[in-house]
Write a protein that binds this ligand. Structure first.
Ligand code: GLU
Length: 436
């Protein structure tokens, strides 16, 4: 069932179960989310129309600590998707050893069709809907697809107004002025770049001049592109909903980032129509490094002849149907759940190394944790401290995953990561026991 992310998450758990030291009863417990709240959100839009939206917050598991996970705004959000994403948060926080459980929220909406005022009203109404279940010690939301520091500021403000005092610690990914941490916006992309470098070291391969295709040029994809380029890799393709730009000689990541930040589409970049290139850029780089990018489809990007493929968009894109055409030898899952279990089996068979999502994209929640800790201490750290701590934590999780993979002779890195995550979560359940 490639199109049901929850079924896919359960199948990933089942695949790892045979190698994990987990009691059957506890394992069964881990397959069910603790609770999911569905909220109806009537909002008066700028246009004068009253529109009724639907939102969710799923709290999957809290054996290891408060629930933690982002909130996404997207037309394809569903209860099942939010529950799958909350499950993946549970395994992610366990794998990178944060004292958290897993949660996720979402609103079914098309943010492109909403004004800034509409988004504010929708966010505040959603926060009112879920505010009884969130809090610094219970459940801490964060950004995800189509949400950002401004969204977190609205959640923080709405929650705080009802509490009667400021509660910055209720969300992470806040603007710096409200207790956010330096390094949070780039954190997921930075983590993707760190694990890619570590994997190349492990495989004894040279990242400099490796070719990389990145599906999705949002916050995660664009930051990963920039950092991997700095590490010497060549970013040959990337995409958004409008299509993909492909240039075997390498894209101009800096120019594309400026263009996209100014509201431009990848399709326009491929056609040579850039929205903006700063004077500073002209001065430093002598203008845009412009070869001749070709406009290709998002599906085609997945099957390019590259060394590294980084899906950084939505779930379920590498499937039984297209996996036979995937030519990359390394896949780094920046998105949550981009590979179906059926595709995974083929990749394992073919010895394609896949850094699983719960490791590859954990940089975001790691730095969320660092933000939450700074808020609790009422103390702030410089960027260098945050980045060093991110590198240490994701590096440790990477090393532990590799050790598990090698020592237990496991079929792939996902199985190694899942066995660790399931065993840690199960062990917390066993210590705590069943009560009441
Ligand atoms: N939404 C991000 C994720 O999927 C970050 C969650 C967080 O920081 O709590 O990992």
């Amino acid at each position: 069932m490639a199109d049901d992310p929850f079924e896919n998450m359960l199948a990933q758990m089942d695949r790892a179960k045979e190698y994990a030291d987990v009691d059957d009863g506890v394992f069964e417990r881990l397959k069910h989310p603790e609770r999911t709240l569905k909220v109806t959100l009537p909002v008066e839009l700028d246009s004068g129309e009253v529109k009724v939206f639907e939102g969710y917050r799923c709290q999957f598991d809290s054996a290891r600590g408060p629930f933690k996970g982002g909130v996404r705004y997207h037309p394809t959000v569903s209860q099942r998707e939010v529950e799958a994403l909350a499950g993946w948060m549970t395994w992610k926080t366990a794998l990178v050893d944060l004292p958290y459980g897993g949660a996720k929220g979402g609103i079914i909406c098309e943010p492109k069709e909403l004004t800034q005022n509409d988004l504010e009203s929708l966010t505040r109404r959603y926060t009112e809907g879920i505010r009884r279940m969130i809090g610094p010690e219970t459940d801490v939301p964060a950004p995800d697809m189509n949400t950002n520091p401004q969204t977190m500021a609205w959640i923080m403000d709405t929650f705080s107004m009802y509490e009667g005092h400021s509660v910055p610690q209720v969300v992470t990914g806040k603007p710096l002025e409200l207790g956010g941490t330096p390094g949070r916006v780039e954190a997921t992309g930075r983590g993707v770049s760190i694990v890619t470098e570590r994997l190349f070291d492990y495989l004894d391969r040279d990242l400099s001049d490796a070719t990389v295709a990145i599906q999705g040029f949002g916050n995660v994809g664009s930051n990963a592109a920039e950092l991997l380029e700095e590490a010497g890799a060549r970013i040959v393709a990337t995409s958004d909903v409008s299509g993909a730009a492909y240039d075997p000689d390498g894209l101009d990541v800096g120019a594309l980032t400026e263009h996209v930040n100014a509201g431009g589409l990848v399709e326009e970049y491929a056609a040579g129509n850039l929205r903006s290139t700063s004077e500073e850029r002209e001065a430093v780089d002598g203008g845009v490094r412009w070869d001749d990018p070709e406009l290709i489809g998002n599906d085609e990007l997945l099957t390019l002849d590259v060394d590294v493929l980084i899906p950084a968009a939505v779930e379920g894109v590498i499937t039984a149907e297209n996996v036979g055409d995937v030519r990359a030898s390394v896949i780094v899952e920046a998105a949550n759940g981009p590979t179906t279990v059926a595709a995974d089996e083929v990749l394992t068979e073919r010895d394609v190394q896949v850094v699983p999502d719960i490791l590859a994209n954990a940089g975001g929640v790691i730095v969320s944790y660092l933000e939450w800790v700074q808020n609790a201490q009422e103390f702030s750290w410089p960027l260098e401290t945050v980045n060093a701590e991110l590198e240490r934590r994701i590096g440790t999780a990477f090393d532990q995953t590799i050790e598990q993979y090698d020592e237990k002779d496991l079929p792939d890195l996902r199985t190694a990561a899942y066995t660790l995550a399931l065993e840690r979560t199960a062990s917390a359940h066993e210590y705590r026991g069943l009560f009441p």
